[in-house]
Design a protein around this ligand. Structure first.
Ligand code: NAD
Length: 428
């Protein structure tokens, strides 16, 4: 474990504290709201934080210890909801920030949920399938006292997906003695997952992008160049949907770097290449770019869809985009935010732009509880309706108070949670 702790220290030195970013955003937003200071103080704090150290047997027989977290930021609006991340960047600080953002995100899109997040400090690529199942089941078993369909509902995030959700659902079900599909969202469809969940976050990013472009009077898709950082669940489906709608996706990347073609990439072909080869490298007719270069390519829309802390005070002055749509959580630091506002770059913030995932997770949960399932058209129709309404509410708040979209989105969400808290009162 010494190696892991060193790694955390290294990461902490390089990436600005996500929780500090979350708190600064919060403080900025509440300044514009005339809200009781007791409410303001209460909502700054995570409600519960859970840390667990647990063993996993490796394939060679060794026992290795791992550290996991689960933070419930708020349960004011309903059960807490949030993903589980497997990554070597996971820290309690990061999970705290992500849980807080989940509270605002759920409130912004009017879902009856509070915010939570979980994470395990592990490189999922370093585990065999059997080891990953062992790690997931043991972590899930440790979470049993905290989670339930009416208390806290996990979902996938970086490094996890439908298979991990299936193992968590099975572990929880074995513990209580009957099947509980509504304990997680993002499950495979065969065990109660929702149509459209896999594509939901990326699709939602593009729904928000289209709305922003329409409002800016940029309506000719074929002239809009889109750059996407990250080719995982969010980035890939955002690229797919943008391509399907006729936008020119000129660059995409993963952790190892990106590919660029100023005339547009054939995204279905890029997907085929990526699936076959496991890397973007070698894709014909495109030039290689580093992730740092990709962020500063000339384009109309930049979609950071990889991880937090990517747009900083160092690269914000050099961005060559008109619009940023945040697919990832927290990809822009507070310092970069100021530069972006000063430079007149329009930004659709994460809690709005990537809320498609939690929205369809909500549909999945509702379908699971009712045991009545919808078709994909219905899922996408309801997703579009909710995101456009939320975009409208945010844009209205921004205009009314003369603030940027991030502050407006936070203000909309915080005032809703504050109002609910005031109505419920402080226990006891
Ligand atoms: P993922 O693990 O499926 O994909 C992450 C992608 O980012 C991969 O292509 C990876 O190679 C790339 N990447 C990782 N580190 C990188 C780096 N340092 N530089 C450039 N690229 C890097 O994860 P995901 O589910 O697509 O999530 C991406 C982001 O979106 C995260 O911030 C996550 O919290 C957020 N998010 C995800 C969902 C969802 O439904 N999956 C919902 C809301 C928000």
């Amino acid at each position: 474990m010494v190696v892991s702790l060193n790694h955390v220290q290294h990461v902490l030195e390089e990436i600005p504290s996500p929780y500090q970013t979350a708190l600064t955003q919060y403080d900025r937003a509440v300044r514009h709201l005339s809200m009781d200071e007791n409410l303001v103080e209460y909502m700054r704090w995570p409600r519960r934080e859970f840390t667990v150290n647990f063993p996993v047997r490796r394939d060679d027989g060794r026992i290795e210890m791992f550290t996991g977290y689960r933070v419930h930021h708020s349960t004011v609006m309903g059960p807490s909801k949030g993903g589980i991340r497997y990554s070597m960047n996971v820290t309690l600080d990061e999970v705290r920030a992500l849980a807080m953002w989940m509270t605002w995100k759920c409130a912004l899109v009017n879902l009856p949920y509070g915010g939570a997040k979980g994470g395990v400090l592990v490189d999922p690529k370093s585990l065999s399938m059997r080891e990953k199942e062992g790690l997931t089941r043991r972590y899930a078993a440790e979470l049993v006292p905290l989670i339930s369909p009416h208390a806290d509902i996990p979902a996938p995030d970086m490094g996890t997906g439908p298979q991990e959700m299936a193992w968590i659902m099975d572990t929880y079900s074995m513990t209580v003695g009957y099947s509980v599909p509504a304990i997680v969202t993002g499950k495979p469809i065969i065990i109660g997952g929702s149509q459209g969940r896999t594509e939901a976050t990326g699709r939602g990013v593009i729904i928000c992008m289209v709305e922003a472009l329409k409002r800016a009077g940029m309506v000719d898709e074929s002239k809009i160049r889109v750059v996407i950082q990250g080719f995982g669940n969010v980035g890939l489906h955002a690229a797919d949907y943008a391509h399907e709608l006729g936008f020119k996706v000129v660059a995409v990347s993963d952790v190892n770097g990106g590919i660029y073609n100023e005339h547009g990439l054939d995204i279905p072909e890029v997907r085929r290449h990526y699936t076959a080869v496991g890397t973007l490298e070698g894709f014909p007719g495109a030039e290689r770019v580093t992730n740092a270069e990709l962020l500063c390519l000339p384009c109309e829309v930049l979609v950071p869809a990889a991880m937090e802390g990517q747009i900083t005070e160092n690269n914000a002055p050099h961005l060559r985009t008109k619009l940023i749509v945040e697919g990832a959580n927290g990809p822009t630091t507070t310092e970069a935010d100021d530069i972006i506002v000063d430079r007149g770059i329009h930004l659709v913030p994460d809690i709005l732009a990537n809320a498609g995932g939690v929205t369809v997770s909500y549909f999945e949960w509702v379908q699971g509880l009712q045991e009545f399932f919808w078709d994909k058209e219905e899922v996408f129709r309801q997703l579009q309706r909710i995101l456009i309404n939320s975009y409208d509410a945010t844009a209205h708040m921004a205009e009314h108070h003369g603030v940027d979209m991030r502050t407006a989105a936070q203000m909309t969400a915080i005032s809703r949670v504050g109002e609910a808290l005031k109505t419920r009162g402080f226990y006891p």
